[in-house]
Design a protein. Structure first.
Length: 228
């Protein structure tokens, strides 16, 4: 059918070319998600602090990042950061593309997670904020003990959805030569002389993983709605 030949698909091919790229894509997704949530939460708190000295830089950063394509940020960081920066990291010179991808993704995703967290925090009733203040809690204590735990629970489905999008975006690191899942399939396709089949298999893997995760998020969202 369509002249496709999948005979090159074997465990030997997967272990040599695909597993390494798959592992890096998963690692990049996890690190970028955790880092994005941490820094995104800080940015959200800065924007909601009401203090111009905190609000202004956070707003500029978030709006600036969200206005630029991710692939451009990846290329800028990879091409403009001096080699000396990577030399300061043990073994960094050998993994320049991978390190660039991790730093870029954390910085870029923080802007998107920031908006998600800001919406989650603002979804909490103002009465709970006032109740915390009435008990003598500081702004930090109010956020830590009352607001953020509820906001995280409300935002879990959206955070996971953004993580799925992030996993799809990891394929963009192919532009700087990082060995991700797509790079693994591309390399295998070139070596075995079946590039069309390799890219088709890559699409199937991305679709299967994202569709499965999206289904799990949908089920989780239904459970959270029931608890509410």
């Amino acid at each position: 059918m369509l002249g496709l030949d999948l005979s090159f698909l074997s465990w030997d091919m997967l272990s040599k070319f695909i597993v390494k790229g798959f592992v890096f894509s998963i690692q990049l997704t996890i690190v970028a998600t955790l880092g994005g949530i941490v820094f995104g939460t800080l940015l959200a708190l800065m924007r909601l602090s009401g203090k111009k000295i905190l609000t202004l830089p956070a707003t500029i950063y978030v709006n600036g990042m969200r206005s630029v394509p991710l692939v451009m940020v990846i290329l800028w960081f990879f091409l403009l950061v001096p080699s000396g920066f990577y030399a300061m990291i043990p073994g960094g010179s050998n993994y320049r593309a991978e390190i660039s991808a991790i730093i870029t993704f954390v910085a870029f995703e923080a802007a998107y997670f920031s908006e998600i967290m800001r919406a989650g925090i603002q979804s909490i009733s103002r009465g709970q904020v006032n109740a915390g203040r009435a008990l003598g809690m500081t702004y930090a204590q109010n956020m830590k003990l009352i607001i953020l735990p509820q906001a995280f629970r409300n935002m879990v489905p959206i955070l996971l959805t953004q993580t799925i999008i992030l996993f799809q975006d990891t394929s963009l690191v192919y532009a700087i030569g990082a060995y991700d899942l797509l790079k693994g399939f591309s390399t295998a396709g070139k070596i075995y002389g079946r590039p069309e089949e390799a890219y088709l298999l890559a699409a199937v893997v991305y679709f299967a993983m994202c569709f499965g995760l999206s289904y799990m998020v949908k089920r989780l969202q239904s459970r959270i709605a029931i608890i509410r």
